[in-house]
Design a protein around this ligand. Structure first.
Ligand SMILES: [Cu+2]
Length: 193
């Protein structure tokens, strides 16, 4: 644990522990007191599982607004409850557009959108049939692009995704009520065990 994280703990200890990951500049309202600009903070109870990823998005299409974009994603599971936050920066020529984004079961492989596999769906993983697709059973992180080319999303789901070599996939359209969002444009890996 770094000194920076200890400092954050001191500031927000009353609310619980806070984990901090370096990443693109976080909006001011996402930063509790004491968290430096450029960090994402998320509440973390002592026995939580934390997974995070931070870096350039990997392209799944040859052209598009995510060619030079970066992302940071933080996932915190505590018991059967999981919080996930995503921030994407450097999105080009897409202000005002909304893109679907989800946790997928498979890895993030540049140029190979199919490698990411289907959405992580807790019904499907647990073998419940029929599997239903909604924001309670899957991790949906749709975001709308700001004038400066950034987008943020967060969600809380009532399950803890099983470990694996997984990915957050960004799609061409907003997610519809069936969980579909069009072509796969880019991804960022998210791996934990
Ligand atoms: Cu998806």
């Amino acid at each position: 644990m770094t000194g920076r994280v200890r400092g954050v703990l001191a500031v927000v200890g009353v609310l619980g522990v806070v984990g901090v990951i370096a990443g693109p500049v976080a909006a001011a309202q996402n930063r509790p007191p004491g968290v430096p600009r450029g960090e994402i903070a998320i509440p973390v109870a002592p026995d939580s599982n934390v997974a995070s990823s931070n870096g350039p998005l990997r392209p799944l299409q040859p052209h598009g607004p995510f060619g030079t974009a970066r992302a940071v994603v933080v996932m915190v599971s505590h018991g059967a409850r999981t919080s996930v936050r995503l921030k994407v920066t450097g999105i080009e020529h897409a202000a005002g557009r909304t893109f679907g984004a989800h946790l997928h079961t498979g890895p993030c492989v540049a140029g190979d959108g199919a490698a990411a596999g289907p959405h992580y769906n807790t019904d499907a993983i647990e073998g419940r049939k029929p599997a239903r697709a909604d924001r309670e059973r899957e991790v949906w992180l749709d975001f709308t692009v700001s004038p400066s080319g950034a987008g943020t999303a967060s969600t809380v789901v009532p399950f803890a995704p099983k470990p694996g070599n997984r990915s957050i996939v960004i799609h061409q359209e907003a997610t519809d009520s069936h969980g579909t969002a069009g072509a796969r444009l880019a991804c960022i890996p998210l791996t934990w065990d």
